[in-house]
Design a protein around this ligand. Structure first.
Ligand code: HEC
Length: 127
C-alpha cells in the first residue's frame, strides 16, 4: 500500500519511471508521510544511533557534503548531499534499495516515509 502511494506520487512528479530529482523524491515522501518534512529532525535522525552500533553518519559522515567511509569495509562513499554529488537522489530504485538496506542496518526496520522526507530535506539544505 505504502509502495503504491509512493509510486503514484512519483508518477505524477516524474515523467520517466525511474528518473527523478531530489525535490521530486522529497515531494513524494512528504505526500506519503502526510505532514511537512523537517530538516532539523532529519539531521538528528541521521546523526543518532537507534539501538544499534551504527548511525547513518557512521558511513556517510556527520556532514555528508564530503566523502564518507564505510564503517565495516573502509571503502570510500561519495558525498550524500545532492549539491555535492549530482547523481544522488536521481534514481528512485537505487534510493529505495539503499534506504531499505541502510535503515535496516541502523534502525532494524525500513525507514518511514516521514523519516526519508526529513533526511532528504536536511541533505538538500546542505550547500
Ligand atoms: C554501513 C554503512 C552505511 C550506513 C550505516 C548507512 N549507509 Fe547509506 N549507503 C552506504 C553505501 C555503501 C551506499 C551505496 C554506495 C553509494 O551510493 O555511494 C549508500 C547509499 C545510500 C543512499 C543512496 C542515495 C543515492 O541516490 O545514491 C541513501 C539514500 C542512503 N545511503 C541513506 C542512508 C541513511 C538514511 C542511513 C541511515 C539510516 C544510511 N544511509 C546509513 C552505506 C551506509
Amino acid at each position: 500500500m505504502r509502495h503504491l502511494l509512493l509510486l503514484a506520487a512519483l508518477a505524477t512528479a516524474a515523467v520517466a519511471a525511474q528518473a527523478a530529482t531530489p525535490a521530486e523524491l522529497q515531494a513524494a515522501y512528504t505526500a506519503q508521510a502526510g505532514s511537512p518534512a523537517q530538516a532539523a529532525r532529519g539531521q538528528a535522525f541521521f546523526t543518532s544511533t537507534h539501538g544499534k552500533e551504527w548511525s547513518c553518519a557512521s558511513c556517510h559522515g556527520v556532514k555528508p557534503t564530503g566523502p564518507g567511509k564505510h564503517a565495516a569495509t573502509g571503502k570510500t562513499i561519495g558525498p550524500l548531499a545532492p549539491a555535492f554529488n549530482p547523481e544522488r537522489f536521481t534514481d528512485n530504485a537505487k534510493v529505495e534499495k539503499w534506504f531499505r538496506r541502510n535503515c535496516n542496518d541502523v534502525v532494524s526496520r525500513e525507514c518511514t516515509a516521514a523519516e526519508k522526507a526529513d533526511v532528504l530535506a536536511w541533505l538538500q539544505s546542505l550547500k
